[in-house]
Design a protein around this ligand. Structure first.
Ligand code: SAH
Ligand code: MG
Length: 198
């Protein structure tokens, strides 16, 4: 990674902190980058761009291109600016759309799919986009432990939150039981699932 790119990433970490935008933590980014190296990943599809932090962290690696989908227009515009500043606009393709309702057949195929969108949507997003990953590819899902609330749902007061935790649990059970994938959930950041597609 170039010096100006790592400086930009530090600025984005600060901005995300101020604006309470839930970007990946450094250990999650390190895992993604290791998977990209070891898996010889060239093409990434990301769902949930936010300000472009994780997209920039991945696309700044040699030979990696990223397609990233974001449904919030303000985030999408910020990400566009940041990708320009990182000098990576040619390696990051941003799509302004709701991933759940967009057409996918023009997207092509990917070595790695990274789902980091609305936490309650993991299952429908996985079911919609996993077909774009070839066998031998990797699917990474963020926020599976949700600050420990998934393990201890009784500590949650709000009904919406309880429902979301229930959805995360359902997704986790479904993917761990799915014989087409070899899955492990890492206790990093907010819990990161890594699925190897057999
Ligand atoms: N991957 C980013 C953080 C993403 S935060 C990083 O680590 O830098 C989650 C983002 O997903 C938010 O910006 C939210 O607007 C977006 N999002 C949530 N549901 C979505 C959907 N169905 N389609 C597209 N974007 C979605
Ligand atoms: Mg996340």
């Amino acid at each position: 990674m170039r010096q100006f790119q790592s400086e930009l990433l530090s600025r984005l970490e600060h901005e995300a902190d101020q604006l309470r935008i839930p970007i990946m933590k450094p250990d999650g980014i390190a895992l993604l980058r290791q998977l990209i190296h070891i898996g010889k990943v060239k093409t990434v599809l990301e769902i949930g761009t936010a300000i472009g932090y994780s997209a920039i962290a991945m696309a700044s690696m040699t030979d990696v291109t990223v397609v990233s989908i974001e449904r919030d227009e303000i985030m999408y515009e910020k990400a566009r600016n940041n990708c320009d500043m990182a000098n990576l606009s040619d390696r990051i393709q941003l799509i302004f759309a709701d991933a759940l309702s967009m057409d996918i057949f023009a997207l092509g195929s990917f070595d790695l799919l990274f789902i980091d969108a609305a936490k309650g949507q993991n299952l429908p997003l996985f079911q919609k986009f996993a077909c774009l990953v070839s066998p031998g590819g990797i699917i990474v899902i963020d926020n599976l432990l949700f600050h420990g609330f998934v393990a201890n749902p009784e500590t949650i007061i709000s009904r919406d939150r309880r429902q979301m935790i229930h959805k995360i649990q359902q997704f986790t059970e479904w993917i761990l039981a799915n014989a087409n994938y070899d899955t492990h959930i890492y206790n990093l950041g907010d819990g990161i699932g890594v699925c190897y597609k057999k």
